[in-house]
Design a protein around this ligand. Sequence first.
Ligand SMILES: [Zn+2]
Length: 172
Amino acid sequence: MADVLTPEQRWLNMSRIRGRDTKPELCIRRGLHARGLRFRLHPKELPGKPDLVFPRYRTAVFVHGCFWHGHGCHLSKMPATRPEFWRKKIARNVARDQKTIAALNESGWRVLVIWECALRGPGRPSEEEIMDAAVRFIQWDERAFCELMVRSQMAGAGPEQEALAVPADPLP
Ligand SMILES: [Zn+2]
């Protein structure tokens, strides 16, 4: 089908996808609540207003749309129209995300990023696996940063890999 949307219409559509209370976000809230974790939503006083925070564990969780946050996975393909426009926009988002994570880590908050591709699309782990990995990180982990995503995007991913979480050093 021909692309009949003007860039402005496309922008509106994309903005809507980007908004709060997206489907992946609701799915994470439901799953973690069902596992007994209690959280706050979008606290204004924290850098980047994380999607969920677990004050008891000093952990902030972001549910990132892969396109908007420049994940580089199968869900983040550039639109054919005005690719430069999108590239610039998304590069700004990526830079902002890095700053946000660094600021949270510096003030003693651990950060979990759950990518959209962990919850949607081919190759994703089961919802059960994602929730278990998230709970593990929130309650038991001591790393400052961790992300969950579709297996094919994981560094050194293999079918035998037990943990979904990719260890990573705090960002500079
Ligand atoms: Zn992704």
